[in-house]
Design a protein around this ligand. Structure first.
Ligand code: GLN
Length: 196
């Protein structure tokens, strides 16, 4: 499976490494035309305001909405999760408005800006190593969103059909099982549809 990583800003190389460890082929996506060549897209962590601005500038908003609308898998991690959300707490405008959830940015406060933990994730048999860096939280989800993990009562991993989102960085450890799960989503999609 060829998995693209949106390469406007953020942790791109780390995701490509995890994709390859998980048995996929990773490519950096810098132009909208490349969406036609990939089986799934990862939107990495970084700074969501910056990523959102660059997505508008390089015309990725409509292109990714269309890509996801056709059933292609899209996975947002940390800032990428913020970018996927339909609703953001506070004054900030949402970006892709794809996933039916309300997200709070920088939700852990200064005391817990950055930490690592082991998380139980539905579909992964033993706890996943997760790195949180100024992480967002999913405050509320719609009926079509499946919660895959909860950390201290807050939702940190969720799936809505072909969309996957994590509050944390799954690409900063050697535990690449969330990338494997995403590659499986791309394979399942490939089996039921012809063409991208
Ligand atoms: N705090 C960042 C934001 O709001 C996200 C942090 C991250 O991606 N590690 O965009």
């Amino acid at each position: 499976m060829i998995i693209g990583v949106l390469a406007l800003q953020g942790a791109v190389a780390e995701h490509i490494r995890s994709i390859e460890l998980a048995g996929g082929q990773g490519v950096a996506v810098k132009k909208v035309e490349q969406l036609a060549e990939i089986d799934g897209l990862i939107i990495p962590g970084g700074e969501s305001t910056t990523i959102g601005k660059l997505m508008r500038k390089y015309e990725f908003i409509d292109a990714i909405r269309e890509y996801a609308g056709k059933g292609n898998p899209v996975f947002g991690t940390c800032a990428g999760l913020i970018v996927l959300a339909e609703r953001l707490e506070g004054a900030e405008e949402p970006h892709l408005r794809l996933m039916d959830m309300t997200v709070a940015r920088n939700a852990f406060g200064r005391q817990r800006e950055s930490f690592e933990t082991d998380l139980d994730v539905k579909g992964i048999d033993t706890p996943l190593r997760a790195v949180f860096i100024r992480a967002p939280l999913i405050k509320e989800v719609g009926a079509s969103v499946e919660v895959l993990s909860v950390y201290q009562g807050e939702i940190v991993t969720a799936r809505q059909g072909n969309l996957l989102a994590s509050s944390y960085h799954p690409e900063l450890t050697d535990d690449y099982r969330l990338h494997e799960l995403f590659i499986r989503m791309a394979q399942e999609r490939g089996q039921t549809h012809v063409g991208r």
